[in-house]
Design a protein around this ligand. Sequence first.
Ligand code: ARG
Ligand code: ZN
Length: 413
Amino acid sequence: MWSILLLVSIAAVSADPKEFHGDKVFRVFPQNEEHVEIIKSIASNTQLDFWAPETVSLVTVGHRADFRAEYEVVYDIQALLEKSGMPYEIMIGNVQEAVHTQRDSNIRAVHSYVKYNDLDTINAWSANIAAQNSGLVSRSQLGTSYEGRPIYLLKVGKSGSNKKAVVLDCGFHAREWISVAFCQWFVKEAVEKYGSDTQLTNLLNNLDFYVVPVLNVDGYAYTWSTNRMWRKTRSVNSGTTCIGTDPNRNFNAGWCTVGASSRACDDTYCGSSPESERETKALANFIRNNLSSIKGYLTIHSYSQMLLFPYSYSYAVAKDHTELNTVAKNAVSQLTSLYKTKYTYGAGGTTIYLAAGGSDDWAYDAGVKYSFTFELRDTGRYGFLLPESQIQATSEETILAVRSIATHILNNA
Ligand code: ARG
Ligand code: ZN
């Protein structure tokens, strides 16, 4: 009797990850207001998981929207779409299969740059790479997450005095795994090519890169253990059972005014106040404390293949718009030169949509002029479930863009 109870409670604690059998990702192309209304009414009657844009409130005429629908409702939705005459596609016919095939084998404790690594593996990797490259990489702790996990920071660069610095962070949004893979690749390149690659050596001699391999550690762990589609932090909200805040709506930059939700159950919840999250607070404190050296801020997201710069909290044109636009243009042309991957670039508000509370806008207004958000591959064929076979190419092309921006910073900041 007791042993049965015990077994039951253990099973409840170590529940298997959520599965997505029969779930589909739809791409819809609303042609008019009526189509937008239809999408909104579907979203209000069923739980849709918006992938791009990340909330139904940002769906507009003339812009495609991608969302995941659970299998119980896919046929009803398809019928509604057919009836409405709204053009649509099914991007992913069976999400569970895509979750599964994203990784070619399931259980792996060894770190690999061409695989997605879980948080424990990444933490062991960052300790090792610092230990083995002590002249170039050092690890410290940026802060502690809501659930008590360490958030690590790697300082990458040759030691020197009065160096300018660039912050590079990955893993704001938990399900954007390619972002997290990219930060590891960046550090690998630095340690492998320092001394042989002239551009990189020059950059590392004269700049420090502060790399946050995973900012939203709780969320990232949760996408491995429980729900692959989780986006937010994992903090408890008062007065509701809904968990988490969108870290990229939680900064003090037009906080919660537009493109963000004040409802804790939403995926774009802005939080109870700016920097309410331990993770965003830790990052903001670090940048505030090092404003005299930090000249660049690069935050890595996915997906959409875009390079964005301020502003996103309003249509206001940034003071440095012309220069940032040129820097983005050059970075994108470098990126595209490798595998012809097409990127769009521009101010966030006009290039995708208004969304306040982002770290890029906050860093820019705090005085970090070269502030960019990357949205890595792809454009929706796999979305967040980008196969591991694309990690290397995605990372290599993205590094060309990062090098281009960093070189500009070195020469101009
Ligand atoms: N997809 C990203 C997000 O919604 C884009 C961020 C662009 N910057 C911004 N401040 N909204 O978080
Ligand atoms: Zn994101």
